[in-house]
Design a protein around this ligand. Structure first.
Ligand code: NAG
Ligand code: NAG
Ligand code: NAG
Ligand code: NAG
Length: 464
């Protein structure tokens, strides 16, 4: 069969015409601001590329495809300078952010999929974080994916009808549509006014309900707004920018209101969780109990919640992720146990928000896996991350794009089978500033048949 045959592969790797995998050497591609090197042994071909240190640095591969079809892309790299990200851009439009974990060996990493046009295409590796070495890329025709294996039974055996129905509803649209979502009521209102459609999901935050912030003057009406939006038939998602209960620096460079950041506190999750009798463990439980009151209020109002605590843990920039995966997973399980078993809160659909397998707290405490991705101007399907999340649970959990900067193009979501069940654009400039998303693009996304809006999900509770 000659279904593959990327023509320029013949020049680089003679005899691969019928092969299923085509390898393209970086040293044979067009280089901008980077150079060929040979010092680190073990590369393929005649060298590798180094010198990624400026935003415009790039390797451009030219790929001739006979037919347009999806390919799995992999990158062979070396990462002696720590964890980095690169961007993969097909034909100059948008790009997928790809994680390149630290390694001192030449390593092959999945970089999502590309859908070349029939004819000539370019695939660019762009700097992003820089500071990695690139040996080659490989392309293989993507296997057709079978039906999803997801479960839509909540992990909390006592989940109430609302939570059960919500998860089931998400399962019913998974792979067929994507729900639109917007963080923050004011930004959601901006969408309604300027785009002319209202998102299906309101993203909210439990941030300003804990003691360390209330005592410094913070207050919130997010729970009341969520109840009001649910009454209009919308779906509610909550994250929790959990300010550390003690140890905030609270100075001009690290003010108290940044207290969820690792950089703003010396609160140490490892020592706090080391034993259940120390004062800081008690403070964590106290904060969880405070949040429980708000979640109960939502439960009493009949509002199921897509609940996403300890988000972005693997990034390390929030104190709950600052000491590595073990304490973060432990705290997540403490939260699950305290809220479900101690408080008997049953309106939650439990979301996890890190991608790496080492950070995964377990199938028994997670209903939905998700990622937050911010890649300015990238309106692609974020398929590398989606596929990593598929692999994380072997396709047994629904997958969501819980926070994004630039909104995804619905046509590409479908072409790449990147079946994110919802997207939620972050608040403020991300949605309304014009640089992450133009108004024209937002109008076209929001009017797509693939994208569900508030008016289109009315009665979702009765649809499953
Ligand atoms: C705030 O406190 C942190 C931790 O002590 C310190 O590193 C930083 O320099 C302080 N900033 C200012 C402006 O004092
Ligand atoms: C609790 O955390 C604070 C802030 O990091 C720290 O100063 C204190 O020593 C901790 N207490 C215990 C008992 O570990
Ligand atoms: C936090 O505590 C752990 C265990 O007690 C310790 O190994 C680690 O160095 C501490 N981290 C910081 C930043 O103090
Ligand atoms: C997915 O499948 C692999 C291989 O069968 C297994 O090792 C892994 O534990 C599974 N992951 C989950 C989250 O069930």
């Amino acid at each position: 069969m000659v279904s593959l045959t990327l023509l320029n592969a013949l020049a680089v790797c003679a005899g691969l015409a019928n092969a299923q995998t085509t390898t393209l050497q970086a040293e044979s591609a067009t280089l901008s601001g980077v150079t060929v090197a040979t010092a680190v042994a073990g590369y393929s071909g005649t060298g590798y590329i180094e010198g990624f240190d400026t935003s415009t640095d790039a390797i451009k591969f030219t790929v001739n495809a006979i037919t347009s079809q999806l390919y799995d892309l992999k990158i062979i790299y070396n990462g002696p300078y720590g964890d980095k990200y690169t961007s993969v851009v097909l034909n100059g439009a948008g790009g997928s952010q790809v994680s390149l974990p630290a390694t001192t060996a030449w390593t092959t990493v999945p970089a999502g999929q590309v859908l070349p046009n029939a004819g000539s295409n370019t695939i660019e590796i762009q700097n992003n974080w820089g500071w990695y070495l690139i040996d080659a890329i490989t392309l293989s025709p993507s296997a057709k994916r079978g039906p999803h294996q997801i479960t839509t039974t909540p992990v909390n055996p006592k989940a109430n009808t609302g939570a059960k129905t919500l998860l089931k509803y998400l399962g019913s649209i998974y792979g067929k549509n994507i729900l639109s979502g917007q963080q923050d009521q004011a930004s959601l209102d901006w969408v309604t006014t300027n785009v002319g459609k209202t998102p299906a999901i309101l993203g909210s935050d439990l941030m300003d309900y804990t003691e360390s912030r209330i005592s410094r003057g913070a207050s919130s009406t997010d729970v009341d707004k969520a109840i009001a939006f649910a009454a209009k038939g919308g779906i509610i998602a909550f994250c929790w920018h959990w300010g550390a209960p003690v140890g905030l620096y609270d100075n001009s460079s690290q003010p108290w209101y940044s207290g969820f950041y690792t950089a703003a506190t010396d609160f140490n999750i490892s020592t706090a969780l080391a034993d259940t009798s120390n004062a800081n463990y008690t403070l964590l439980i106290k904060d969880i109990d405070t949040i429980a009151l708000q979640l109960k209020k939502l439960e009493s109002a009949g509002v199921p919640v897509l609940f996403r605590p300890l988000h972005e843990a693997e990034g390390g920039w929030f104190w709950w992720g600052a000491q590595g995966p073990e304490p973060a997973k432990k705290l997540y399980r403490i939260l699950f146990d305290r809220l479900t078993n101690h408080h008997g809160i049953n309106n939650l659909v439990w979301m996890w928000n890190s991608v790496a397998a080492s950070w995964y707290p377990g199938n028994d405490v997670v209903d939905i896996v998700s990622a937050d991705t911010y890649s300015q101007g990238d309106h692609g399907p974020i398929s590398a991350t989606y596929n990593n999340l598929l692999a994380l649970t072997n396709d047994t959990k629904i997958i969501a794009a819980a926070e994004i900067g630039s909104v995804m193009d619905p046509a590409q979501l479908q072409a790449y089978q990147a079946d994110w069940v919802y997207f939620c654009v972050w608040s403020g400039d991300f949605i309304s500033g014009g640089s992450w998303n133009s108004l024209d693009l937002l109008k076209s996304v929001y009017s797509s048949d693939y994208v569900l809006t508030l008016d289109e999900i009315q009665g979702w509770k009765n649809r499953t």
